[in-house]
Design a protein around this ligand. Structure first.
Ligand code: GLA
Length: 396
């Protein structure tokens, strides 16, 4: 993992002077509430102590110059004349800038930066984490203080309006609002937040992250196709409600009993996507209560059920990631497992009994690589701690 010292040295080499700032923005793990944030649902998650590191300095001109350690490449653009280069890693800094402009921030200075992720991308929400890094860098250069709520909105706007992913605010809310050793409960409709401390010593668990080796972009996945299917469900179910024409087309507006009564009118695929939404809402409600009561084993079971619904009803997952999840859920000592995020690539995570950590690492690796030997050099796993979310003050 790169620490700030290594990055500082690299910065000196690339840009020829010392950087002024070092920021760390964590990734996020979504324990429950998968694929319901874009429907204004409720979510659970936390921030692991791994994420994106960046050193940077505002520069005197209008250029953004970034060297990515992960892509071993330098890219630049002019803040007053650029296009969003979709599909390239640099697009997230361009999207961050465009979103800041959408929300009225005047950005007149660029910056030089070295950026580096601490785990292979995929499902840990590295795109939201880098976007937040860039927003913080632009704001630091312009001397803007941006509130947590605004940071969530601008970062979400960057991905949704400029990258083109029809996502909700799960990633941004977790990354910004989580507290160390606590589970975040967040209502993406009302903004209600609760930080639930991890249970005391006797009920301790460990969190493992398992990288499948699959890296590709969510934009080329079925992510937006699924949100379109949910929209179709909304349009059909809405006819049985008195929801106004101009109200936001999200399932949160449609009560569960309307789905229960009229779900039969939906095409099969749409029915199953909606079923995922309503059952996942229920799991977050129940799970939050169980976690508050310190019932981590029961909470773990809900995580696995969420994984099951994501695979069967939401049809997320790739063959590799689904196989990894299947292995995890049948491994001794795993209390619960699912994809870290959307599930189309990248990483699974597991809540584990600390006594089985080594056994889990060995068994999962052995079983996964037996099924997918081609990922021998890419597969990896790590047991992590948690950290505070980044908070907007990170930039000051
Ligand atoms: C991605 C999106 C989030 C969320 C998850 C799935 O990470 O960016 O908004 O929908 O997938 O839960």
């Amino acid at each position: 993992m790169n620490n700030s010292e290594t990055l500082r040295e690299k910065f000196k080499l690339v840009f020829g002077y010392q950087p002024s700032y070092y920021y760390f923005v964590p990734y996020r793990i979504c324990t429950l509430g998968a694929h319901i944030d874009h429907q204004k649902g409720i979510i659970n998650g936390f921030t692991p102590d791994i994420g994106i590191n960046m050193v940077f300095s505002p520069n005197a001109g209008k250029k953004v110059n970034i060297y990515s350690e992960d892509y071993a490449e330098k890219a630049s653009f002019d803040i007053s004349n650029y296009k969003i280069e979709k599909g390239r890693w640099i697009s997230y800094s361009q999207a961050a800038l465009s979103s800041l402009k959408d929300y009225g921030y005047e950005i007149t200075r660029g910056f030089d930066a070295i950026i580096s992720g601490s785990f292979p991308v995929g499902g840990l929400s590295s795109s939201a984490a880098v976007t937040i890094q860039y927003i913080n860098a632009f704001c630091t250069a312009a001397n803007y203080h941006i509130s947590n709520d605004k940071l969530i909105t601008v970062a979400h706007g960057a991905e949704r309006n400029h990258i083109g992913l029809n996502c909700g605010v799960l990633d941004q809310a977790c990354i910004i609002l989580s507290k160390k050793d606590s589970l975040l409960y967040y209502d993406t409709l009302t903004g209600e937040i609760e930080s639930i401390p991890f249970p005391s010593q006797s009920k301790k668990f460990r969190i493992g992250i398992f990288f499948s080796g699959v890296e590709h972009s969510l934009i080329s996945s079925d992510y937006n196709k699924r949100t379109a299917e949910l929209r179709e469900g909304f349009d059909i179910l809405r006819r049985h409600t008195c929801i106004k024409d101009d109200s936001e087309p999200v399932l949160r507006r449609i009560p569960a009993d309307v789905f229960e009564k009229y779900g039969g009118e939906l095409p099969d695929n749409v029915y199953r996507r909606c079923l995922h939404y309503y059952t996942e809402m229920q799991r977050v409600k129940e799970g939050t209560k169980l976690f508050r009561e310190g019932k981590t084993e029961e909470y773990g079971r809900l995580i696995t059920e969420s994984g099951q619904s994501s695979v069967e009803n939401y049809e997320a997952g790739s063959p590799e990631l689904t196989a990894l999840w299947e292995i995890l859920k049948s491994t001794r000592g795993v209390l619960g497992a699912r994809f870290c995020g959307a599930g189309f690539k990248g990483n699974c995570f597991a809540l584990t009994d600390p006594d089985f950590e080594i056994e889990i690492e060995e068994k999962v690796k052995e079983a996964y690589l037996r099924a997918f030997p081609a990922f021998k050099d890419k597969y990896k796993s790590v047991f992590i701690g948690t950290t505070d979310g980044t908070g907007a003050n990170n930039s000051l």
